[in-house]
Design a binder for this molecule. Structure first.
Ligand SMILES: [Zn+2]
Ligand SMILES: [Zn+2]
Length: 335
């Protein structure tokens, strides 16, 4: 397969400034890399945190985007896992050291020297990109690329958050009903659990969206659910939700913070943590999470609600996500 010698990309040149359209040279893939013709790349809240400077020390200039679906158009010399024409997904975890205490114990999501797609490595807001084949996933062919893109972070992080919320859950709370939540609710329903969705107070459109995906209850984040929750996942980057979620879970319940960034958590009385309640965060993903989740998604089958934007409209897509105007997931398309 042939490919051009340049690529088009929406580039972050400095935090706090809009992305700019640039034509950049396209180099051949390294020995472990695949060169992909990108079909779609999801826009994740983490992209906003990088662009806005909440996450510090990005590679600069940087191509954002870590929910990449593309087709292999060239192979590095050591690539055996993929062939030309394969549909491949590139997630947030782009590299690990393989040697630190975490990598050696199978906890590569916590690697001390990681590379993250669209943060410390260039990502997918572009028409062509390279990726390390060892961290790429074969994508289920039952999804089209635009529908599949949100599985790669919203789906994966949602799934890891869901698993870490514990076993034996009947009533699961989800705070913040965006891309990750709209996938996670389908996983929970598949396993026969009841989901209670909490949104920005008064956001009835999102509450209706949550109910349409099978939430048994949807309401304001300031309100109490009708039952005590067994566990809760917080996807919204709002620290004040942590004490609210703790107050809503039963004894022994887990509150999982699924986002990479959160505003400061206000102090709270010890009695809402007492009773062996647990607060924990979820960081990144392991390749095993990806393999498990991408095998599960087509079985359920998970359906993603996507709002496509052309690559050149990346700034608009990010603004709409920032304003809470996206139902489901925003996805850039390169067709
Ligand atoms: Zn490591
Ligand atoms: Zn993400």
């Amino acid at each position: 397969m042939s490919h051009p010698s340049t690529r088009q990309a929406m580039v972050l040149t400095a935090p706090g400034t809009p992305l700019v359209w640039q034509e950049l040279p396209l180099s051949a893939p390294g020995p472990e890399q695949v060169l992909l013709h990108v079909q779609a790349c999801g826009v994740c809240r983490t992209d906003l945190h990088v662009a806005d400077g909440d996450l510090t020390r990005p590679k600069l200039p940087l191509i954002l985007g870590h929910e990449i679906v593309g087709t292999v158009v060239a192979l590095g010399s050591r690539v055996a896992k993929f062939r030309l024409g394969d549909r491949v997904g590139v997630p947030w975890l782009g590299q690990t050291c393989g040697q630190c205490r975490y990598c050696r114990k199978g906890r590569e999501n916590l690697c001390d020297a990681p590379g993250f797609t669209g943060y410390t490595l260039d990502g997918g807001f572009t028409d062509y990109t390279v990726a390390d084949q060892r961290y790429c996933f074969p994508m289920p062919t039952s999804y089209d690329p635009i529908q599949a893109a949100p599985l790669l972070c919203a789906g994966l992080i949602g799934y890891r958050s869901y698993r870490l919320a514990g076993d034996d859950i009947e009533h699961l709370g989800i705070y913040g009903f965006g891309a990750a939540a709209h996938i996670t609710v389908q996983v929970a329903r598949h396993f026969g659990q009841k989901v209670y969705a909490f949104t920005v107070p008064g956001d009835q459109a999102t509450q209706a969206f949550a109910r349409s995906l099978g939430a048994v209850w949807a309401g304001d984040s300031t309100s109490k659910p009708p039952v005590e929750l067994d566990a809760a996942i917080i996807f919204a980057p709002v620290g004040a939700l942590l004490p609210a979620a703790l107050a809503a879970v039963c004894k022994g319940g887990v509150v999982v913070c699924g986002g990479i960034h959160m505003s400061p958590v206000p102090s709270f009385p010890y009695d809402i943590l007492w009773g062996e309640r647990v607060v924990r965060s979820v960081a990144n993903l392991t390749r095993r999470d990806g393999e498990e989740f991408l095998a599960l998604a087509p079985q359920i089958p998970i359906r993603t609600e996507v709002q496509p934007f052309p690559l050149a409209a990346a700034n608009e897509a990010m603004d709409r996500l920032r304003q809470g105007l996206i139902h489901g997931a925003a996805v850039l398309t390169m067709a």
